[in-house]
Design a protein. Structure first.
Length: 169
């Protein structure tokens, strides 16, 4: 985020506390490369819009949209609202960058489905699910949307597109 919008001083982590709030409390108040992280819980799209309006009125604000069932079901509307308020944002889901979000960084869902298929295969072959180790995603992907960056007057440094898994023109 700081590479794309160097003036960012505050990043709000927006999430639905009813579906994903249990682990976000660990982020609040943590400095991230000179950026204060604040929690921005939202329960519906009206509250989300109000939160974004407040962020847009704050100098140097940005937003992180993490993986959350609320985001999954409202993704396109969320991207449009963030764009309307001209906030730099990073999303967890690749599809939200494809749909017009500035950038996404998160687990590669295709690779995660392969991991899941391996677990299902092991269970069907007789392994007990409780004996299988928990696994974190093994592959992450960075997706950049150059068209959105131009529309928001942001520029990706030359090195970032070279590192990206996907660059949307």
């Amino acid at each position: 985020m700081k590479q794309v919008a160097p003036g960012v001083a505050q990043t709000s982590l927006s999430f639905n506390p009813g579906t994903a709030g249990f682990y976000f409390k660990f982020f609040e108040g943590q400095p991230g490369l000179g950026t204060l992280i604040k929690l921005a819980p939202v329960r519906d799209m009206v509250e989300f819009e109000t939160t974004l309006a407040g962020l847009a009125a704050t100098q140097g604000a940005s937003v992180i949209i993490p993986a959350d069932p609320f985001v999954s079901s409202n993704g396109t509307a969320i991207v449009k609202l963030v764009e309307r308020f001209k906030l730099p944002a990073v999303y967890t889901y690749r599809q939200l960058a494809v749909d017009g979000g500035l950038m996404a960084y998160g687990p590669d869902t295709f690779a995660a489905f392969h991991q899941t298929a391996d677990y299902i295969d092991r269970v069907l072959r007789g392994d007990r699910p409780s004996d299988l180790p928990a696994q974190a995603p093994i592959k992450y992907q960075l997706v950049l949307n150059l068209q959105t960056a131009r529309g928001l007057n942001f520029a990706f440094p030359q090195t970032l597109p070279a590192l990206a898994d996907e660059v949307i023109e």
